[in-house]
Write a protein that binds this ligand. Sequence first.
Ligand SMILES: [Mn+2]
Length: 339
Amino acid sequence: MNLNFGFDFDTVFTEMMESHGLRNVVILGHMNPDGDAAGCVMGLAHYIHTNYPEYHALPYLADTLDKGPKKQIGEDGVFRPFEVPDQAVLERGPYGVIVCDTATIQRIIGREYFENAAFSLVIDHHASDEGYGDVNNTFISESCAENIARMLSPELLKKAAEEPHPNAADYLYMGILHDTDAFARAEVSTLRTGAALLEAGVDHRYVMKSMLTQTLQDLEKEAMILSMAKRVFDGKVAYVYVDRNTAEEKNIGYEDIHPISGILRDCEDIHLGFTMYEEAPDIWRCSFRSDIDWINVNELLLPFGGGGHAAAAGLRKHAEDPRGLLQNILDDIRRLTAV
Ligand SMILES: [Mn+2]
């Protein structure tokens, strides 16, 4: 079965390394990495480590990573991606960089490594990707890990899947699980790629452990936050607004807020769920999840300086008048949907 879509990672990668005389490659993802970003970075690092021993892969991730993926990476027998890449290695000469799952240069964690690289390869799945990098392969899909799994050599991926868990195949499968909510959102290609990874040796139950991380206390906090939801436009839209005072008083961190917009959107009677969270004084992080045929949230947020995917997008904004920002967003929702 050929799952490739015309971009052959092995050819592009070896050409990038050989034509620039590179031996080291730094692999990066986006800030506050989710399972997909982490799965892509770690999956590629293991794939290169197993199949290209002549090259040195240096994965680097922010340690503000979600709890489940962080646990899986804690079991990694090869890489310590939360430590900055070995300077001694990088100072030996020019190196290449691969950036995964990151739509804009601004969102790269380890941006200085991207800027100082001799060559950059960007692999992404966001509609809002800027098209940066020397080679940019952006293909809109449910998860970046699916794109990567499809552009790798099936034989070499199989070989990498024979390594102890967690290996390249486990990590790519983890990326797909996290960005599709365990295949709740999937195209034919998503299920085919998942099946190919399982056939290569991924243990579904093992990787699922990176999804199931909530304690009873987490659920109780989630219920408390959900009880703060306001509904507008006949209840079709629901949002949670948390300013600094509320966050401190109720001990609500960004990791608590992060899943809320998706939970709201997944309600049968809600088409759009979003959250506004004051991360630092006047700095607002907003997360939007929608039914794709009701509103495109990438389009909604572009005028505000945010973006992402049609059904999942975000905005981080300095706002001295957050209530005004909220009102502007609600006005645009009305304009785009005629509610
Ligand atoms: Mn992603």
